[in-house]
Design a protein around this ligand. Structure first.
Ligand SMILES: Cc1cc2nc3c(=O)[nH]c(=O)nc-3n(C[C@H](O)[C@H](O)[C@H](O)COP(=O)(O)OP(=O)(O)OC[C@H]3O[C@@H](n4cnc5c(N)ncnc54)[C@H](O)[C@@H]3O)c2cc1C
Length: 288
């Protein structure tokens, strides 16, 4: 997948996927058929993540073609993103704490763990599937949802690496890399998001949902929730948007969380300059 980072390309991908968003999606979405065949999922995430195509547009297009009953699973998945975004928006300290922890966590790795970490990010651990997904992520910037779950689980419970470094590896390479969906999904696998509930990848499940392409050996058989002394903070108030300026000449600053200014509730009457702020992942340029 080499997505074209334009709204037109995202809308074309949506139009192409809509016929498959009903019962076929619900029945087949869990299978990772490999990078050559992504027809059972939408691969819309890079456009949705940057709001080149909005969640509303995606859901409306799908519901014009299918009943909610038929497309319910797909709509639910889109709402997972909306839910994660809202959850983090109300608890921004969870992101700040994660972001501040990445570099010190890397620096604190033992020599042995650093070797494991390097093997994990270069796809040279010897773990079937895991190594393929590491390379796929770096080369293509996309992984199937199930592969993300398996990968995160093996990273945390088999390789016993800190979840923060896995989340950082994803964030630096995913074209849909998103502070909310990524951080909170890694926390969910680690047992921090739904407190005490972890996700354990098994060889049988991987073999079944990769159509037998992978059956890794030596995976962890238990997944104890990762220790974290910080309680999940209660939800704070939703941020209130600043009122629009009354000036006649307005500069509009877009950022990569929202590249679709047209869907803002109101646009200033006369935008004379448009700027784009590019946020860098909290990366300190390790390779790959
Ligand atoms: C460890 C881990 C890390 C993840 N990191 C990200 C990330 O950084 N950015 C990101 O957009 N998604 C992330 N996800 C969620 C999910 O894997 C991807 O959104 C999905 O695989 C994208 O592929 P798709 O567009 O073909 O999805 P489809 O199955 O076609 O779903 C349609 C849309 O719904 C949303 N969606 C689907 N599943 C989820 C989900 N479980 N959580 C949140 N939104 C979902 C996405 O916007 C997606 O484009 C992560 C999941 C895990 C387990």
């Amino acid at each position: 997948m080499t997505p074209d980072a334009t709204r037109d390309a995202g809308l074309a991908r949506l139009a192409d996927f809509v016929p498959r968003a009903g019962r076929a999606y619900a029945a087949e979405r869990n299978t990772d058929r490999g990078p050559q065949d992504r027809s059972n999922v939408s691969t819309l995430s890079p456009w949705v993540r940057h709001r080149l195509v909005t969640e509303r547009e995606v859901v409306e297009a799908v519901l014009q073609r299918h009943s909610l009953d038929a497309a319910g699973k797909f709509v639910q998945e889109v709402y997972w993103r909306t839910y994660w975004k809202g959850w983090l928006e109300l608890r921004p300290s969870v992101w700040a704490r994660y972001a501040a922890s990445v570099a010190p966590t890397f620096d604190a790795l033992s020599v042995a763990d650093r070797a494991t970490y390097n093997a994990a990010i270069t796809g040279t651990t010897g773990i079937e599937g895991f190594d393929d997904w590491a390379r796929e992520l770096v080369e293509l910037g996309y992984l199937h949802n199930h592969a993300r779950m398996w990968f995160a689980s093996i990273w945390i419970f088999t390789l016993r690496l800190p979840w923060q470094l896995g989340a950082d590896f994803f964030l630096r390479h995913l074209l849909d890399g998103d502070p909310a969906s990524n951080t909170l999904s890694w926390r969910w696998v680690a047992g921090l998001q739904t407190v005490g509930k972890t996700y354990l990848a098994t060889a049988d499940n991987i073999a079944r949902y990769t159509d037998g392409r992978f059956r890794p050996r030596g995976l962890a058989t238990v997944a104890h929730a990762v220790d974290d002394d910080a309680a999940v903070p209660p939800a704070g108030p939703a941020p209130v948007p600043e009122p629009l300026p009354r000036a006649t000449r307005v500069a509009l600053l877009l950022h990569e969380d929202d590249l679709h200014a047209e869907s803002l509730p109101t646009l200033p009457p006369e935008v004379t300059v448009v700027g784009v702020a590019l946020m860098r992942a909290i990366s300190w340029a390790r390779s790959p």
